[in-house]
Design a protein. Structure first.
Length: 437
C-alpha cells in the first residue's frame, strides 16, 4: 500500500511538472483564434487527455511502436506559431488537416528518419527553434497588454498583472531548486490569477457552466481541410520535433542504462506519429517528448515506466473532466502574457543554446544562421513581401517559419554538404617542382 501511494505521488509530480506546458498551448492557440469559452474548455480538456494517450503509446514497447522509456509527451511549443498562422490564414480546419498529414508523414519516415537527420544538424534545428521563438514574442506582448483589440489594452492593471506574474516566475526560478523550479510557470499562473481575482478581473462562470464529465469526440471543430502550405509547415515542425525527441531518447537511454537500437528509435518515432495523427483527429495538437520530465527523473532518481504510466492515466482522467479544464480558461490574458514571455523566451534560449556550439565552428554556419533567422523574422514582420510571386512558390514564402526553415536547410546543403573545391596554391615563379608532385 505504501509503495502504491508513493508511486501515485511520483506520478502526480510528473503531471504537475508538465501541466503548465500542456495547458498553455491550447490557451494561446485558442485565444489567438477567438474561440468561445466552451470551445476553449474542450480544447484544454482534449489536449490534457491526448497528452495522456500519447505518453502511454510511447512508454509501451511492442513490435510496432513505443520506445519503452519513461518519457512524457506533451504538445510541442514549436507548433504554436505555425498553428496560429495557419488558423489565421485558412481557419481552424486547416490546422487539423495539416496535423493529420504530418502525423502520417512521421509514421512513413519513421523507419529511415535516422538517414534524414543529417539534413537537420544543430545549425538548422537551432535556427528553426530560434525563428519560432522570435515569431511568438509579439503574441506574448499583445497578451500582456490585455489582448489585441482589447478596450483596456495597455492599462496599468493589465501591465501590473503581466509584469507581476513575470516577476513572480523569475523570483521562484532564482530562489528555488528542483521540483519547485520545474513548476515555476504553473505557480506564476496561479499567483497571477489569484491577484487578478482580488482585483475583480476573474469570472468563475466558465467553471460553473462546464460539465463535470464529457466524452471526447473526433472532429469536434468540423472536418479537416488541407492546404499545401499548412501541410508543409507542420511536416517541417514534425521533423524538428523528431530531432529534439531523438536527443531526449538518448538522454533517457543514458539515465536508464539502456542502449537504443535503430529499430527502437523507429518505434519511438512511429509512436509520436500515431500520437500526432490522433491529435489531429480529436482536434488536439502535435505531440513530442517533454524535456522537463527528463530533469525530474534525473532529480528523483526514479526511472520506472510504471510511474510514467500512472502519470499518463492521470492525464487521461483529468481530460475527461471539463470543470478542471475550465479552471485554466479563467486565467486573465495579461497573466498569460507574463508567463508567455518566460516560456517563449526559453524557446529562443533553447535555440541559441543549440546554435552556440556551431556558430564558432565556421563562418559558413554564421552565414546560415544570419540568413535563415533574418528571412524568417523578415517574412513574419512583412508577410506581403512575396505576394507578386506565383502561388506555387508562395507555399515556401507565405510563412516566416517555413521561409526561414527552407533557407536554413538549403544553405546547410550548400555550405556543409556539397563537395568543396580545393584551392590550389600557386607555385612561385622560378621554383623547382619535384618529380614526385
Amino acid at each position: 500500500m505504501k509503495n502504491q501511494i508513493q508511486s501515485v505521488t511520483l506520478g502526480i509530480q510528473h503531471v504537475l511538472a508538465m501541466y503548465a506546458g500542456a495547458i498553455l498551448v491550447p490557451l494561446i492557440v485558442g485565444g489567438a483564434l477567438g474561440l468561445t469559452g466552451e470551445q476553449l474548455t474542450y480544447l484544454v480538456s482534449i489536449d490534457i487527455f491526448m497528452c495522456g494517450i500519447a505518453t502511454i503509446l510511447q512508454i509501451m514497447n511492442n513490435r510496432y511502436f513505443g520506445i519503452g522509456l519513461p518519457v512524457v509527451l506533451g504538445c510541442t511549443f514549436t507548433a504554436v506559431g505555425p498553428m496560429i498562422a495557419i488558423g489565421g490564414q485558412y481557419g481552424i480546419s486547416a490546422i487539423y488537416g495539416a496535423i493529420i498529414v504530418s502525423g502520417l508523414f512521421v509514421i512513413v519516415i519513421s523507419t529511415f528518419f535516422g538517414q534524414l537527420v543529417r539534413f537537420f544538424p544543430p545549425v538548422v534545428t537551432g535556427s528553426v527553434v530560434t525563428i519560432i521563438g522570435i515569431t511568438l514574442i509579439p503574441v506574448a506582448i499583445n497578451n500582456m497588454g490585455g489582448g489585441q483589440g482589447a478596450s483596456d489594452f495597455g492599462s496599468l492593471p493589465n501591465l501590473a498583472l503581466a509584469f507581476g506574474t513575470l516577476l513572480f516566475i523569475i523570483l521562484i526560478y532564482k530562489f528555488s531548486t528542483g521540483f519547485i523550479r520545474a513548476i515555476s510557470i504553473l505557480l506564476g499562473l496561479t499567483a497571477g490569477t489569484l491577484a487578478a481575482a482580488a482585483m475583480g478581473k476573474v469570472s468563475f462562470a466558465p467553471v460553473a457552466e462546464a460539465d463535470l464529465f464529457h466524452v471526447v469526440q473526433p472532429f469536434y471543430f468540423g472536418l479537416p481541410t488541407f492546404e499545401w502550405s499548412a501541410v508543409l509547415t507542420m511536416c517541417l515542425v514534425a521533423m524538428v520535433s523528431l530531432v529534439e525527441s531523438t536527443g531526449v531518447y538518448f538522454a533517457l537511454g543514458d539515465i536508464t542504462k539502456k542502449e537504443l537500437s535503430k529499430k527502437e528509435l523507429s518505434k519511438g518515432y512511429r509512436a509520436e506519429g500515431i500520437a500526432v495523427m490522433l491529435g489531429g483527429i480529436f482536434n488536439a495538437f502535435p505531440y513530442t517528448t517533454f524535456s522537463q520530465n527528463v530533469g525530474l527523473i534525473q532529480m528523483s532518481g526514479v526511472r520506472s515506466r510504471k510511474i510514467i504510466l500512472i502519470a499518463g492515466i492521470l492525464l487521461v482522467a483529468l481530460g475527461l473532466v471539463p470543470k478542471i479544464a475550465a479552471l485554466t480558461t479563467i486565467i486573465p490574458t495579461p497573466v498569460l502574457g507574463g508567463a508567455m514571455i518566460a516560456m517563449f523566451g526559453m524557446v529562443i534560449a533553447q535555440g541559441i543554446k543549440m546554435l552556440s556550439p556551431v556558430i564558432g565552428e565556421s563562418q559558413d554556419n554564421a552565414m546560415i544562421i544570419a540568413c535563415s533567422v533574418g528571412i524568417g523574422l523578415g517574412v513574419t514582420v512583412v508577410p506581403e513581401l512575396f505576394t507578386a510571386l506565383p502561388s506555387g512558390v508562395q507555399i515556401l514564402t507565405s510563412n516566416g517559419i517555413v521561409a526561414g526553415s527552407a533557407t536554413a536547410i538549403a544553405l546547410n546543403i550548400v555550405f556543409n554538404m556539397m563537395p568543396k573545391r580545393e584551392v590550389k596554391k600557386a607555385v612561385p615563379a622560378g621554383s623547382v617542382v619535384s618529380q614526385n608532385q
